[in-house]
Design a protein around this ligand. Structure first.
Ligand SMILES: [Fe+2]
Length: 213
């Protein structure tokens, strides 16, 4: 089979098949989250995006590129779906990866940068929570290479609101599927539970990597 995305070597095995990341078992024992909430999210939704990426990439192998059209075309539908599904995979992997911790913020370089760019941890926290409450999809703390500062960005969907040349440091899923089993409409309570389980070591490691290049 043709290798469409060889640059992704780490996550592509046996030609172009995307593999789901394993679920961290710690996520099944987090205070404030039931196993059912996490398993529905991981197994049905996240794995669903992985499967769709694979399905779309297979269909792209034979899609008619000569008929590509911006109003409607089969190729356009696949390319739109590819972006949405791949962003869905990436954002969920970042989200699950930065969960399962103690919720206690590390006193490292990332916190110093947060204090520099937001004034204080509490000012950042207030802005991040508000971003989560205002978003329909995601709240993401990113490093913006253009302005060389940290920013909380709002995404209403996986592929709607993404700002280029930024790098994710902390990802919060605020789609209703992320919390409705455990919290119903109490979105603010879910955001508090998320913050209580953030793995700041993961965020710190992402920051260290970002600053290394
Ligand atoms: Fe989600």
């Amino acid at each position: 089979m043709q290798l469409l995305y060889p640059e992704e070597g780490g996550i592509l095995i046996n030609s172009n098949i995307l593999q789901p990341m394993p679920l961290n078992p710690r996520l099944l024992n987090m205070p404030g989250f039931t196993r059912r909430q996490i398993l529905e999210h991981y197994e049905v939704l996240y794995r669903g995006y992985v499967n769709k990426v694979n399905e779309i990439r297979k269909l792209l192998l034979s899609a008619d590129r000569k008929a590509a059209n911006a109003t409607y075309s089969y190729f356009r539908g696949l390319k739109k779906g590819e972006t949405y599904a791949m962003d869905g995979v990436i954002l969920h992997e970042l989200y699950f990866e930065n969960l399962g911790g103690s919720g206690v913020a590390t006193r490292g370089d990332l916190m110093r940068q947060i204090e520099r760019d937001f004034g204080s941890y509490h000012a950042w926290l207030e802005d991040f929570k508000a971003t989560g409450m205002a978003a329909r999809g995601w709240a993401v703390l990113v490093y913006d290479r253009r302005s060389r500062r940290l920013i909380n960005y709002l995404l209403d969907a996986h592929d709607h609101g993404v700002v280029q040349n930024t790098e994710a440091i902390l990802v919060l899923d605020v789609y209703e599927h992320a919390y409705f089993i455990d919290y119903g409409t109490r979105k603010a309570d879910y955001i508090e539970a998320f913050l209580d389980n953030v793995d700041w070591n993961v965020a710190e490691a992402r920051w260290k990597k970002i600053k290394s290049y």
